[in-house]
Design a protein around this ligand. Sequence first.
Ligand SMILES: [Zn+2]
Length: 168
Amino acid sequence: MKDASDLTFMAAALEQARAGEATPGGAQVGAVLVENGHIVCSSFHEGDLQSDPTAHAEMVGIRRLCKERRSTSLKGVTVYCTLQPCGMCTMACLWAGVSRIVYGASRNDVNSVYFESRHFDTADFINQAFRDDLEVKGGVLSDECATFYLKPEETAPIDPAHDFTSIL
Ligand SMILES: [Zn+2]
């Protein structure tokens, strides 16, 4: 049952990725937050839209739902994301107390440009942090999700945050 609903909700996250791709200043990473079998928040990457390097799809969703509820706790909520959450988003999930993280494409499926230069695996964050009750599941509709992103072997544009030539 959980597997079937994971597919449904990941399909909804893929819709958000499409919406992000079609939105000026948005990008093709989508997320939905689910509680009691219902989508309670949908979001996509809004980095350029908000001029905010932290406006990843998961961060946008967590901020939006917490603000709406005037709460810092998302206990019982599952975060679905088309791409494996980065370190920042994983920690945000931990701080918000979400109960599950489900992602599509993993960091091994896509170009390293989408992740920090030195990246802890999401699972390591969870294991080495302070939550034993947070479930993480990857690889849901991973092929479909990965079509949105550059492949590991493709040449990626230089990300200003990682362009060390500008300071040499
Ligand atoms: Zn992130």
